[in-house]
Design a protein around this ligand. Structure first.
Ligand code: FAD
Length: 494
């Protein structure tokens, strides 16, 4: 007999609701707890999971496996090539292990919800209880409704309701204990499961040796690292977060997104830890940096609520249907220049090169390059959304889709389409000294003063030209005017 927890995007032992409940159930029944992770190359493919993210997940599994082994809990890992076969294979395994209960944390993406629903039914037919519990959000989708009883489509009122809900139900910030140690007999009984190997990445998700080395030193895996990062951030930097967070050269953000996306850290732990650092011991009031950071973590919840309520956003459809008719440009050359950071707009290029080198990009810059792609280049925002997923170590469908919707004005935010970021002004405002640009665009390293933001326009362009830095692929005003006209036209057709 046994109880099983199925790990997905929750690769941690601490504050993991499903794992905790599974452990309690196993204890109550006096049977061992088995943990399982299914590697699905087709899921990686279908979700456009970046190779750097796949590598991070596989490295995290090593840490998790060792942590669980210390508790005599096996982490059984198996690759199932065809994603459709996953439920059937899980049922087989449950049968082999004599499992009476299967626990998992719910994922709100459409495919995952469907898969889980069918698995719950199939388990039931075999007399196995499957519990799929909400865990990834601090406040679960469905808990917050506006005065009219509907899902909020605007962040600010939603956020006020989110804060009020947490203050009212303070227990939702209680953290779940790590699982208890298995009885010793479990190790003997399930010896073989402890030996299951962590596979190498599927062929099309492999990194080069140089990339492996680079990403491994940049992004150490596992929940211990996540907790240390969170602690360091809350002890040292969170106080300055609200003043510095928009300046990409200042390194103010926590860089915890990679851990939230893989589930090596729970959003509950983040909010709880930040709150406990606040003088008010609340989500609001007290230290400004803490309030602001919590409100950013809340954005992650917000976009998951949006996705859970309007699942069509998972199907390549803009949140605002009236934006379906915009006629996008599909200019491959310009898209390539954007991807490679060769647009001639230094701030855009610096940001894209940061993404390509680190698998991460600063939030302000994500907005700048997103807006530039959708507005100035008038490229289909879904091309940018896809490129981000294929390269981000923190790729998360709901946040990425929400972010792209914001940039292209096709999303949930009420921002009108005619508010278009001016990349030059953004650059001057948020990277005034040009430090971020110089770091990522070596061709412009030697340029001093204001010309760094516009080397051909303001500067004489000699230095940039000598170093092979490209001229602008689109003029700001022309790009802007074309976007305004095209959006208007598209809306007219709606
Ligand atoms: P911090 O500033 O320290 O914030 C803490 C946490 O709050 C983040 O880790 C993240 O979980 C959450 N958060 C902060 N800002 C946002 C936001 N705007 N939306 C949702 N959650 C937020 N975030 C992802 O996690 N995955 C993505 O794939 C992703 N794609 C994006 C695409 C675009 C076009 C845009 C504009 C934003 C995107 N974001 C995404 C949101 C945001 O840029 C990142 O979460 C943030 O930059 C991560 O860095 P950090 O952990 O240092 O953030």
């Amino acid at each position: 007999d046994s109880v099983v927890h199925w790990f997905k995007c929750d690769l941690r032992t601490k504050d993991n609701k499903s794992l905790h409940l599974a452990s309690e159930k196993a204890k109550e029944m006096g049977v061992p707890l088995i943990a399982m992770y299914i590697v699905s190359p087709q899921d990686f493919e279908a979700h456009l999971t970046a190779p750097v993210r796949v590598d991070f997940i596989l490295r995290t599994l090593e840490v998790l496996k060792a942590d669980l082994a210390r508790l005599d809990i096996p982490l059984y890992i198996e690759t199932v090539e065809k994603r459709k076969k996953i439920p059937a294979r899980i049922l087989e395994l449950l049968g082999e292990w004599g499992a009476s209960h299967l626990f998992a944390n719910v994922e709100y993406e459409v495919d995952e919800l469907r898969r889980e629903a069918s698995l719950v039914r199939a388990c039931l037919e075999r007399g196995i209880a499957m519990d799929v519990v909400p865990d990834t959000c601090v406040v679960s989708p469905g808990e917050l409704a506006s005065g009219t009883g509907n899902q909020y489509a605007v962040y600010s009122p939603w956020f006020r309701a989110w804060v009020a809900y947490i203050h009212k139900h303070a227990e939702i910030l209680n953290l779940f204990d790590a699982p208890a140690k298995n009885p010793e007999s479990a190790r003997r009984k399930f010896e073989k499961l402890f030996d299951s190997m962590i596979p190498s990445a599927p062929v099309n998700k492999q990194l080069t040796e140089e990339e492996k080395k680079r990403f491994r030193s940049m992004w150490p895996p596992g929940e211990h690292e996540a907790h240390e990062r969170l602690k360091r951030f809350c002890d040292i930097r969170i106080g300055e977060y609200s003043e510095l967070r928009n300046f990409p050269a200042k390194g103010a953000p926590s860089s915890l997104s990679v851990h939230l996306a893989s589930g090596t850290l729970s959003s509950r732990t983040c909010v709880r830890t930040a709150r406990d650092h606040n003088t008010t011991k609340k989500l609001d009031g007290g230290i400004q940096g803490i309030q602001t950071w919590i409100s950013e973590v809340a954005w992650r919840d917000f976009y998951k609520h949006v996705m859970a309520h309007w699942p069509y956003v998972c199907m390549n459809t803009p949140f605002k249907p009236e934006y379906t008719n915009i006629e996008w440009e599909y200019n491959d050359e310009q898209f390539k220049a954007w991807c490679e950071g060769k647009t001639g707009y230094p701030i855009v290029d610096a940001a894209m090169r940061q993404l390509n080198y680190c698998g991460y990009m600063h939030n302000r810059c994500r907005m700048i390059v997103g807006s530039f792609l959708a507005k100035h280049l008038l490229l289909d925002w879904r091309m940018g959304e896809k490129y981000f997923m294929e390269h981000l170590i923190d790729g998360d469908f709901a946040s990425n889709n929400g972010g792209w919707g914001f940039c292209a004005s096709t999303g949930v935010d009420p921002q009108p389409y005619f508010r278009i970021f001016n990349p030059l002004l953004q650059s001057e405002k948020f990277d005034a000294a040009g430090d971020y640009i110089r770091k990522w665009v070596p061709e412009l390293e030697g340029i001093q003063g204001n010309s760094i933001h516009d080397p051909y326009g303001r500067g004489k362009g000699n230095e940039a030209k000598k170093k092979g830095y490209p001229r602008r692929i689109v003029d700001h005003k022309e790009g802007r005017d074309r976007a305004l006209a095209r959006y208007k036209e598209g809306l007219g057709r709606a």
